[in-house]
Ligand binder design. Sequence first.
Ligand SMILES: [Zn+2]
Length: 315
Amino acid sequence: MKYKFDHKSLSFEKEVVSLKKRLKKLIGHLLTGISFAVLTILIYNNMFTSPKEKRLKRELNATEIEMEKINRRVNLLSNVLRGMEQKDDDLYRVLLEAEPIEDRNPSLVKLSLSEDYSDMQSFSKELNDLSRRLDILTVRSQIQLQSYQELWKLSQNKEEIFSCIPAISPVKNPKVVSGFGMRYHPIYKILRRHTGVDLIGRRGTPIYATADGVVSRENAGSGYGVAIIINHGYGYKTLYAHLSKKAVRPGQKVKRGELIGYMGSSGLSVSPHLHYEVIKNGVKVNPIHYFFADVTPEEYNKILEDASKVNQALS
Ligand SMILES: [Zn+2]
């Protein structure tokens, strides 16, 4: 209760303060208080980090580092799998004449393993990306496993076919002096297609059948000198030319690695060597691709290198 001095009546009288005024004052105080509190919280939050926040930040950093490590491992795994897939496509499936695998990389659309997290925050999104990459790896591995199972079945019936595909070198420790393709002819002195490879060696060097088959009665042609053609079936034939002597007769069955003749220089030839051809479905193909079974990768590289030089053939 407040009193004020009235000059007219020269006495103290009760002052009547209206409710409205009192409310106004109260609200004013309240607003000032709230403003001050908000300001304090803002300043505090900007200047200091609570121990809990510090701990969360540390945990987040550690998780990010761990995530990076996992990503690297997933990359490595993906590359290893890619190598297996390539070898499977380029070698195993080709050798076993399996149909090519059309789609090894399942698109995200086809995958129903993961939920859609497109509206997530960046960290969760990163985690989700990782999860999807693992889904893809899983599917790719399953496809690869199916391929191996399919090839295993195919290989059961293909054993016979394998033994009929030229797979070794016709001489031991082959030295290729002239490869397949355009080469200078040693007698005609012109550049012309060399339809086989020339393997150099001493006269009388043993020559072996490169796959199972039957010695053909076909005549190779006069330029080839003493020559043997082996019919392996499944579209494959091999030809061995410029021999000094044959060790097999026409119609004789031969096994891979069996002695069939000796190196010489008969026919159109300038020095002792073996001219070796692989014929697939009537087409003369590069024999270098059929040396895979008995040479080391280093030896094979050397053969490839020697065979690629455009030099003079020994015919
Ligand atoms: Zn030749």
